[in-house]
Design a protein around this ligand. Sequence first.
Ligand SMILES: Nc1ncnc2c1ncn2[C@@H]1O[C@H](COP(=O)(O)OP(=O)(O)OP(=O)(O)O)[C@@H](O)[C@H]1O
Length: 423
Amino acid sequence: MEKLKAKSVTLKPGEELRLEVDFSKTVYIKLIKGNAEIFGAELGSNTYYEFSCEKFAIYTWEGCEIEIRGELSSEYTSNETPMNVYMNLHLALQQLRDKAKQQGSEGPRLLILGPTDSGKTTLCKILTNYAVKQDETPVLVNLDTSEGMVSVPGSISATCISRFISPEDGFMSYGVTGSSGKTDSPLVYHYGNSLPNKHLSLFQKLLKCLANNVNKQIETNKSAQNSGFIIDTGGHVESSSYALIDQIIDLFKVNLVLIIGNEKLYNDYIKKYNDQPNISVAKVPKSGGVVDRSSLYIQNYQNNHIKQYFYGTNSEKLQSFSKIVKISDISLYKIGQDTLAPSSTLPLGETRKISETQITKVEIDEKLSHYLVAILHLDPVTNQEKLDNNEIHIKEEDTESLLDEDLVLNSPVLGYINMQVFS
Ligand SMILES: Nc1ncnc2c1ncn2[C@@H]1O[C@H](COP(=O)(O)OP(=O)(O)OP(=O)(O)O)[C@@H](O)[C@H]1O
């Protein structure tokens, strides 16, 4: 790093430095003077932070001097930011949390909506970090399946946040918690696609499982109850997604809907919840710094995220290990049926019922090498309770698999493996 040419940048109060670092490049940043933050996480002075494959901003409330080493693909300073609005939003949320503590009730449950690349995830990060700064422990819910946030892309999750989201490692600072024995491991459900609409009934079922589980878990966590929820979503803004949004509001008991950069959605939701005093709808401006990301960038970002899941982040390295097991000792199941022969090949008059949530056993062969496979936690206690209450059933007629789809979908992810098959 010392070999890289260093340069210094001075920012005035209220300015932000917007930076882009390519995939193949690494840039180091150090705060020399003053104070600065990256999406709400303060930078410590005289410490190098490492970035690659990132688009981000360094904001300062009081002015600062920063040292940068390495090659940036874009860099400019702006004094037009929505940070004052975001800070006011945080203060309003904090008042609701304080009120919840006094009254012994639940804190705000905030749902952030907006088009793709409008800055939703960034706002979640800022609000979560500001909440942590005030000793809050909000539950961060990720329903954006293209990002993965604390786990691999294709998953949805809920995490109780009690420490800053690292400025250099981002949400993955929570994704690698297993390594250091921290107890704030995320609750993750596997969906397996970037688009919720692709397998809508599966997505809706998993939403329900995540919401039920997280609502149940925080029943005994007073501090998370008071701090409330911050929920990130993908870019569901078209009217065809309104039913899904309403389901999210209902399942996660959302009481504040916040819209970034979409007037139509804001107006529709103002009208929709006009006569419901327990749900408020508000809007905030989109930051001029938010960058549109190409599909190539998103693909590289997702690959990098998966790599971090297995090998750790810049500041917390993980040692992945391999384990050889006999094919006959394991069973692999697939959710959904997208490789069936066309219905036209069926005997005349016979129809096939294809369910997106159907569980089928998969034959393990070399073709499955390098597949990312989710290991589920088929929690015997919770599932036994559900069996006793007749909420789920074991299919006795199905001798091939005793796995009921509800039993599987109800089970959170224990971890992911990268599979290699040898014969
Ligand atoms: N002020 C800023 N300056 C520079 N880059 C920024 C700024 N705000 C956000 N970004 C970057 O812009 C990109 C898009 O932002 P973000 O992920 O928050 O949008 P999003 O609405 O959540 O997108 P999606 O719907 O695709 O998940 C990210 O790479 C983010 O780091």
